[in-house]
Ligand binder design. Structure first.
Ligand SMILES: [Zn+2]
Length: 444
């Protein structure tokens, strides 16, 4: 996918975002964000009981330690088991702490940035970056999914959009799972039949035009092939040309949201934007594909299920729409096959997550799901395909119950046949040369 989509359980856990005006909230850990001026935001943690530390969710690098500053010298961020933990320097208990965080973009490996600036001063905020649990409680419960009472105050003169609702004052909701993206700024969202969106007007048309043309086509195609969405998703495309440490783009999906951030100079140049079109098209085909997966996923070490299927959705949808050249699709597939073969020479696919090789799930998964598509078409005389197979998965998958490799391959065995299931099992779990050979034999 997007090369930067986090390996989170993004599709597993529906975030619980009720506007809190509608619910009575019991005693709850609170996280409150408000603008602090000079491109910083104030983040206040209020815990319902004193704690010796707050373990922050997901620590992909040193960004918090380097960028977060406490308003009191009594606090610090330390690493415990590779996780960022806020604590008092004297080890004492506390129930409130105040942090200043720069509201600038910072690329995070396999995670979403806390702030993605728009060119007009607006911001997309990722609530999930601020989630954290009382350390002692986390050690007992071994899970940190919230909910938290999240409050965000927009800067003066700006509004806030949470769950498609535009508010002009402090907004609060119960945040959980991987969080949500919240917009603050002055732009009014545009509405189409398929999206409620804010697309940065400073982006060159070489990027925005394909997005605006292709997205409705993709959504229409997916809605014909897969069960329709329950509600129109939000689309956010932001652009920060002032980012000074290179350029790139990063995006992904959260429930009912698709987003992409372009950063750094150079996007106005037609060369860079032009070269980006096909990758951008693939990105949105992959991400909108996730929306139509309807929360069907694999467990973490079986991420090839949802990532591979989204890759195959992208391949098949772009091919069907003739949105990119067949040469581009062939090259993408060949790169994935070579990448997967190499990956399987280093270890099993199931263990890729332990080797920090999350991209292997995309590479191998694309080949595996194109093989599933080919097998379904062949056995049904082209009456069915990967999308019809996925539709049955949606019907059979319990709410928020991710598939494990073994059970998923049993499903393949019954639905498609033992030959394909056995070859896929080799790719997933064999640690000999047979796995790399098997993946090369999956496609004609
Ligand atoms: Zn993905």
């Amino acid at each position: 996918m997007m090369n930067s989509e986090p390996p989170l359980r993004l599709m597993l856990l529906a975030i619980t975002t009720w506007l809190a005006a509608c619910v009575s909230v019991p005693s709850q850990d609170q996280i409150q964000l408000s603008p602090a001026g000079d491109q910083h935001w104030n983040v206040i943690y209020r815990f319902s009981r004193p704690t010796s530390g707050i373990t922050l969710v997901r620590t992909p690098n040193e960004a918090r330690s380097n960028r977060w500053k406490f308003t009191s010298p009594d606090f610090e961020i330390i690493k415990v088991n590779d996780e960022d933990v806020i604590r008092r320097s004297d080890g004492g208990a506390f129930s409130m702490v105040n942090v200043l965080v720069p509201a600038t973009y910072v690329p995070l490996p396999k995670d979403y940035a806390p702030f993605s600036p728009f060119s007009d001063g607006g911001l997309l905020i990722h609530s999930g970056r601020f989630q954290g649990c009382a350390t002692a409680k986390l050690q007992v419960e071994n899970t940190c999914d919230g909910p938290w009472l999240m409050k965000i105050t927009p800067p003066k003169g700006m509004h806030i959009i949470v769950e498609g609702q535009l508010q002009s004052r402090t907004t609060q909701w119960l945040d959980s799972g991987d969080g949500t993206k919240v917009y603050v700024g002055t732009a009014k969202p545009s509405e189409s039949s398929y999206f409620i969106g804010i697309v940065d007007s400073a982006l060159p048309t070489a990027i925005t035009e394909p997005i605006e043309k292709l997205l409705p086509q993709l959504m229409k195609l997916y809605a014909q092939m897969l069960p329709p969405l329950r509600q129109r998703p939000m689309l956010f495309v932001s652009y920060d040309a002032s980012f000074s440490e290179g350029h790139g783009h990063q995006g992904g999906t959260l429930p009912d949201q698709v987003f992409m951030h372009f950063y750094g100079p150079g996007w106005e140049g037609s060369d860079l934007a032009g070269q980006t079109y096909e990758d951008t098209a693939w990105f949105f085909a992959h991400e909108t594909g996730h929306l139509f997966q309807h929360s069907v996923t694999g467990v973490r070490d079986a991420s090839w299920i949802h990532e591979g299927a989204a890759e195959a959705f992208a391949y098949l949808s772009l091919q069907s729409l003739k949105a990119v050249s067949q040469e581009y699709l062939d090259e993408h597939r060949q790169r994935a096959l070579d990448g997967c073969s190499y990956a399987l020479s280093k270890g099993t696919l199931a263990s890729a997550v332990d080797r920090a090789r999350f991209s292997d799930y995309y590479d191998c998964g694309l080949i595996m799901f194109l093989a599933i598509d080919a097998a379904v078409r062949m056995s049904s005389a082209n009456q069915e395909d990967l999308f019809s197979f996925w539709t049955t998965l949606i019907a059979e998958t319990g709410k928020n119950e991710p598939w494990e490799d073994v059970i998923f391959l049993e499903k393949i065995r019954h639905a498609i046949g033992p030959s394909l299931a056995d070859r896929l099992r080799l790719v997933v779990s064999d640690d000999s040369d047979a796995a790399a050979i098997a993946v090369r034999q999956l496609l004609p």
